[in-house]
Design a protein around this ligand. Structure first.
Ligand code: C2E
Ligand code: MG
Ligand code: MG
Ligand code: MG
Length: 290
């Protein structure tokens, strides 16, 4: 009996694998046309001043509006695009779109003239020889101030090939853009490399923020505190990711964190919602303090 149920499981597993590899192939086939057909969307999530609740900028987060399926999350197609190399075209589209959108809000929404924009880069993009020229071209065609642009790269990707990272980041920084280490604390940064790499911001991973103020506080708080002082010592900005509750916000204020991002203030929103959201924020003076 054990044997036959084992066999059934194996069959089931094969079918699952078959189905999922079909879905993967299908997505990889459809993705190039998705760009042409305008099925990709950028959603924007506010980066907020923890003291005042004011939006300082937005992070651009891609989605795929697949006909008959709905909004597909980046976690479900970015890894596939990364595997196939399609990420380079997707990334170019996201960067061009996000810079143009940000520049539009800066020039049309009252009080938004200094708005910042953050864009994610993947491993394959960082290795791509055309990256720096692509960023330069997107800056030029959007007219966006490079000093208000930050490129987010995960810790693991940066540390994976420090020599290439150092070279590419140096050239990106020469364009005037900032570089943030995304999901900081989940990878394996060497502190000496961290000092050498020309980064400007550490984004504390949401898993650490999650623990603040609750049952896991005594585990999470020392880590968050250590990352904040490390950033200070290195002259870097810090952003606390994934802030969801008032308790977390209270602890972050005690730790003197300056910038945050998370559902507590706002979820990522479609392009059309950003200008009205900014205008409403301006009218109400400040966002909720929690
Ligand atoms: P990330 O860059 O670390 O982005 C933060 C993720 O956390 C986003 O998920 C965001 O919606 C989510 N988030 C924000 N606030 C909260 C919160 O309070 N609680 C929780 N639980 N989650 C929160 P999203 O949009 O699904 O993106 C997932 C990942 O996909 C991103 O992680 C990034 O690594 C990647 N990604 C998104 N857009 C792009 C892109 O244009 N290019 C590349 N290469 N990667 C992208
Ligand atoms: Mg990010
Ligand atoms: Mg992150
Ligand atoms: Mg992430």
């Amino acid at each position: 009996r054990a044997k036959s149920s084992g066999r059934n499981e194996a069959v089931f597993f094969d079918e699952e694998m078959h189905r999922s590899s079909l879905a993967r192939m299908e997505m990889q086939t459809l993705l190039p046309r998705a760009i042409e057909r305008g099925e990709l969307r950028v959603h924007y999530q506010p980066l907020v001043d923890i003291d005042t609740g004011e939006a300082k900028g937005f992070e651009a987060l891609v989605r795929w509006e697949q006909p008959g399926v709905g909004l597909v999350s980046p976690d479900d197609f970015i890894p596939l695009a990364e595997e196939s190399g399609q990420i380079v075209a997707v990334g170019e589209w996201v960067l061009g779109t996000a810079l143009a959108d940000a520049q539009y809000w800066r020039s049309t929404v009252p009080g938004a003239a200094d708005l910042r924009i953050a864009i994610n880069l993947s491993a394959r993009q960082l290795q791509h020889p055309g990256l720096v020229d692509m960023v330069a071209a997107a800056l030029a065609s959007s007219g966006m101030d490079p000093a208000a642009v930050e490129l987010e790269i995960t810790e693991t990707v940066l540390m994976d090939d420090v020599k290439n990272s150092l070279d590419t980041l140096t050239r990106l920084r020469r364009l005037g853009v900032g570089v943030a280490i995304d999901d900081f604390g989940t990878g394996y940064s060497s502190l000496s490399y961290l000092r050498q790499l020309p980064v400007t911001t550490l984004k504390i991973d949401g898993t650490f923020i999650d623990g603040l103020g609750g049952a896991a506080d005594e585990h999470a708080r020392p880590i968050v505190e250590a990352i904040i002082s490390l950033a200070r010592a290195l002259g870097l900005s810090v952003i606390a990711e994934g802030v969801e509750t008032t308790q977390q916000l209270t602890v972050l204020r005690k730790l003197d964190a300056r910038l945050g991002q998370g559902y507590h203030w706002a979820r990522p929103m479609p392009y059309e919602d950003v200008a009205p959201w900014l205008r409403a924020q301006g009218r109400s003076g400040l966002l909720k303090h929690g």
